[in-house]
Design a protein around this ligand. Sequence first.
Ligand code: DX5
Ligand code: ZN
Length: 239
Amino acid sequence: MTAEKRERPEGAILQGDMMEYRFHPSILAADFKNLGRDIEQVVQAGADGIHIDVMDGDFVPQISFGMPVIRSIRSSTDVTFDVHLMVANPERYIETFVDCGADIVTIHAEATRDVENALKQIRRAGVRVGLALNPGTSLSTLDYIIDDVDMVLLMTVNPGFGGQKYIEKATRKIKALRAMARNEDRELDIEVDGGVIAENLHTVLEAGANIIVMGSAVFNGDPAANTARFKEEIARFSS
Ligand code: DX5
Ligand code: ZN
């Protein structure tokens, strides 16, 4: 199914102080031989989207999966496909990932020589625009380009592997970005990715994240039960 033929979910919409929270399990930690089953389970249990980590063996050391896999799983569900490109020079592939069914395309600020143009390219492709920052990349990277993004993905581990430990200093960065967005009266989605587990979920929510990615905490064990439990905790926080 191509992106054009499918009805697109709206993505997160922030209205005033009414923040919409979303939960996106990362399938990097799923059982790949039963990927369709795992996705179905988390969607049934209330996942708002699927976080899809594309790694190219260049920007990050590992190679995960690419277009054919995304195209194939696209036919099984209508939830938001949140495609996180850990790929060098991602501008080469933006339209292709949109055609595979991405609803959000996120590129890394560290991966391209011309961030502004790459963001505009995503915008022109008609999907939500995400910009990811590594833990060591300053929020000042966003100066002058923040209007071009719908979502900032704050890496809370160094990208490349699932199952790493949350980097504590990232909490300060989430807070600073939420404050920056509020100051500018911006409706900005803040996604956190890496090392988010039951023990720090509340911390990242309180700091100001509204799109939560969790990989191993969802798929190690019972993906449906874990999703339901984390969704409930997010709902409790936001009510
Ligand atoms: C890390 C990836 C993450 C990862 C999250 O490079 O971008 O999306 O899959 O997995 P956990 O939650 O296990 O850290
Ligand atoms: Zn990711």
